[in-house]
Design a protein around this ligand. Sequence first.
Ligand SMILES: *Cc1c(COP(=O)(O)O)cnc(C)c1O
Length: 236
Amino acid sequence: MSQLPGFSISDRIGMVRDRIQSAASQSGRDPQAVRLVAATKGVSIERLREAIGVGLNLAGENRLQEALPKIEALQNTPVRWHFIGRLQRRKVRAVVGVFDVIHSVDSLDLAQEIDKRAGFAGIRQDILLEVNLGEEPSKGGFYADHLERVLPQMGGLAHVRVKGLMMIPPLATVPGHSRPYFRRLRELAHSLSRQSIGDVSMGELSMGMSDDFVVAIEEGATLVRLGRAIFGERDA
Ligand SMILES: *Cc1c(COP(=O)(O)O)cnc(C)c1O
């Protein structure tokens, strides 16, 4: 699916939407419960505009420097922004309030910094907690048992609202190989939600990318982050 030269962005978005619809319906889920986040790293403002023209309304950026000019240029369009990349503490101030959801909160320290900055700005920032289910040292994200221990402290942050979990599974050669990770994320969210901590909600599961989003939806994804399936292969 990611290797389809000759298709326009509009074609690709149409195909992606069809696949989201059928994956949701076939697994007995409401297709409206799955939101498409276009991963827009390396994608120009013009191509993004084309996607927005055919109904794209959520974009996810990895890097603040790359995001800011796009956000500025597209501020008169309906697109909303999510932050999906690794977030450095010193960038938090510029991210808070600009992005509706930060998907990639991977430490208590980072959550506390977001809380502080959101407090200064007089807002409440929605966040997702990134989980490193494969326990890969090269990746960000909480190990599941650690997350269980720090979640009560997250619940105590007045200017942060935890909405769910995010995960990038270990690299797989076949999409089906990611299924156990998607399932475990859903189960983890379920078990964390039973701790019923204050304002902590586990309703959002950000999982699934171009090669495996169908499987992720079958396992409960509510936010799929797709780059190549919409914009084609990225230049190296
Ligand atoms: C690039 C990126 C994606 C999208 O990846 P594709 O394989 O192009 O769909 C999703 N999530 C994150 C965090 C990314 O950096």
